[in-house]
Design a protein around this ligand. Sequence first.
Ligand code: MN
Length: 255
Amino acid sequence: MSKNSSGEPGIDQDRRNLVFATAGVTALACIAPAPATDAPAANAAPAAPPAGAAPAGPFSLPTLPYADGALDPVISANTLGFHHGKHHRAYVDNLNKAVAGTPYADMTLEKIIAATYGVADKLAVYNNAAQHWNHSFYWRSLRPQGGGVPPAALRGKIEAAFGSVAACQKELLTAATTQFGSGWAWLVQDGDKLAVTKTGNADSPLVKGQRPLLAIDVWEHAYYLDYQNRRADHVNAVLDKLYNWGFAADNLSAA
Ligand code: MN
């Protein structure tokens, strides 16, 4: 069992990730890794890489808040294993490489995103930082036996903005299916109102001053093994069965 045996780096990495919630988006507390990662993983979440397998760096892959198979059949263990263990890990590893020896190595993820957005020669830093942020947020946007009725305070805001929860879900579906190519669909808080938005590739609502409440990853790697080209089927299933309204409500109450 290759749990993280390096010990100390984990502490710094966790602290770095927790610092997230500084730039006005406290929703980012979501980035905190699941507790008790020292214990042998009973939930089969991908273990942290053994010492030496990844470049040392300030950022680390967060543990999933559920087992790989917990979202099946909407998202299979196979998809989740690749998505978290390979794709997300690659963003983290590449970010650590890109920030090594630069001032970014001492910045929070949010500060890196803000500092590199739109800067042509910092694209690799930006893309990997934003994708690390987006994925860490996305895992928390889902939960086993999700969907259903949002908590009352959130539901009120949804109804004020969209008319109904169903109408909100329909807007999310539209955003997710009309995002051309890779990207994300989001429920965000924009000022005092809720809105649905979409972003391309690694882009984040953060750079537009919006507070993310929930995310849907519409990169093909999020669904292709299970749904092939049927993005709408995947998104509908996520909205109905996995969407974590409680997480959105927590993000909202932090406003
Ligand atoms: Mn992804």
